[in-house]
Design a protein around this ligand. Structure first.
Ligand SMILES: NC(=O)c1ccc[n+]([C@@H]2O[C@H](COP(=O)([O-])OP(=O)(O)OC[C@H]3O[C@@H](n4cnc5c(N)ncnc54)[C@H](OP(=O)(O)O)[C@@H]3O)[C@@H](O)[C@H]2O)c1
Length: 432
């Protein structure tokens, strides 16, 4: 450590689950961090909403303030851990304009306002670090931004929301319903009292927007991400998947389509049990990356949690601190490729469709002709009984690749067919 370097002032905005753990790590490991960085890290202030709130780690009152400006303008590096859009956006703007580098874990903000934040950072010669914004403790932003900077990423499939992975895993391993599994997730602290952002797929969509922007050098807004949650997943979906050697996961899929287009989507997905993502259980996260030269890579670990996420934040703080001492331009976000973002209707994938149909002769031929009319070929078809009293049977069909547009036409046709009693499920299939 150089004795002539003055301490680097770190301003913490937010001291909740993540912020209080970042504070703890910086205080407890200060000597080790000073050696790694080359100068001491000193917390200049901690912005909170309420000075008296209970915290996971007891931060001395002398650090706490409700005066945002004093923390931002009195720091060399600003760490935003408030969450949400405002006032986080204004605080980051002020920090960048005053010459500070920024570290943030805020996926909502980046998925909605990433381009303007990165454009401002580039204009003022600052850097924005955001490793913790996707998949918590798992290093995925830096690998995409730096390690794979010379490669061409073709596809990313991620389990990037621990709450939904826990719920689906619970449904599969215990046979519980969606509602009971959600309740269990809430009891264990994996799901919020209002679980909409997680079970509706919106949290994963924000992460898909960030990953796509980075991997494909194209601005992708959260509204560009087709989003479906897991609320409609039933035991029937899980059981039919199991019988066909698949498992159901909520996946964020970010992919190149042809030469000039990309697509980003979040939805429940069937993946073969042999796929590496199928072994991701409980509340864990994993990101599976395919690129032209490196082939297949998988990043796995804790996708949330105060201390786990603080690890990723601190990695960014160390990088920002080294840049503060040594200078250098760092890597700015690039959106030079400007690839077209395809609408969901144009996406081509496979589907599993579960149909309750009348148990009558000729039904299979009618259904088969509907698939044939739309040029949708069937890979597997399983027939099973519903229960001994029922006059109906279940057909579980897995298709070969077809477009979303054709699939929706097929669903319309099936709905208007008398022998089809109910369409009990339709789930996309990936990773085959
Ligand atoms: N928790 C995780 O596992 C996790 C994982 C990955 C990423 N993240 C991201 O990390 C960020 C922080 O998450 P968190 O779970 O630590 O949040 P949190 O527990 O809700 O903490 C938020 C903190 O920000 C402060 N705050 C909120 N609004 C404020 C305002 N208007 N002015 C001043 N202070 C304000 C709160 O003050 P008080 O303490 O006074 O209420 C609190 O200290 C979010 O962007 C989140 O998406 C979290």
């Amino acid at each position: 450590m150089r004795a002539d370097y003055r301490p680097i002032r770190i301003g913490l905005l937010g001291a909740g689950s993540v912020g209080s753990q970042v504070f703890k790590l910086i205080q407890n490991d200060s000597e080790e961090l000073a050696h790694r960085v080359g100068a001491k890290l000193e917390i200049s202030g901690v912005l909170v909403r309420s000075l008296d709130a209970d915290r996971d780690y007891d931060i001395p009152k002398s650090f706490l303030t409700t005066d945002a400006e004093s923390v931002i303008l009195g720091s060399d590096i600003v760490v935003e851990l408030i969450g949400g859009i405002q006032p986080a956006l204004d605080y980051i703007r002020t920090a960048l304009e005053s010459g500070s580098d920024v570290v943030t874990a805020n996926k909502t903000l980046l998925a909605n306002h990433g381009p303007e934040i990165f454009e401002l950072a580039e204009r003022v010669g600052a850097q924005v670090y955001y490793e913790a914004s996707v998949a918590g403790a798992i290093p995925i932003i830096r690998p995409l931004r730096e390690s794979l900077a010379g490669d061409k990423v073709t596809r990313i499939m991620g389990i990037v929301n621990g709450t939904t992975n826990f719920i689906l895993d619970q449904m599969e391993s215990t046979g519980a319903s969606f509602e009971d599994s959600l309740q269990k997730a809430q009891q264990l602290g994996y799901a919020e009292a209002d679980p909409t952002a997680d079970v509706g797929g919106f949290d994963a969509a924000a992460k898909a927007a960030i990953l796509s922007s980075l991997a494909f050098h194209t601005e992708v807004h959260i509204d560009d991400v087709y989003t479906e949650g897991i609320e409609k997943i039933t035991q029937l979906d899980i059981e039919s998947a199991k019988e066909a050697d698949y498992t159901v996961k909520l996946l964020a899929v970010c992919e190149r389509v042809g030469k000039d287009s990309i697509a980003a989507r979040v939805h429940p997905t069937l993946i073969p049990v042999s796929h590496p993502l199928a072994s991701v259980r409980g509340a864990f996260n994993a990101v599976f990356v395919e690129s032209e030269a490196s082939g297949e890579l998988m990043f796995y670990g804790a996708g949330a949690g105060g201390i786990e996420t603080a690890s990723a934040v601190l990695g960014d703080v160390v990088m920002a601190s080294k840049r503060h001492l040594g200078g250098g331009s760092g890597l700015n976000e690039s959106s030079h490729a400007k690839l077209e973002i395809m609408p969901i209707d144009d996406i081509v994938t496979r589907y599993q469709i579960s149909l309750e149909v009348k148990d009558q002769s000729g039904v299979l031929a009618v259904i088969a002709s509907m698939f044939a009319d739309l040029d949708i070929s069937v890979e597997t078809l399983e027939q099973s009984t519903i229960d001994s009293d029922s006059d109906n049977v279940m057909l579980t069909i897995i298709t070969h690749e077809t477009s979303e547009r054709s699939l929706q036409k097929l669903i319309e046709k099936l709905n208007s067919q008398d022998q089809v009693v109910d369409i009990r499920g339709q789930i996309r299939v990936e990773g085959v």
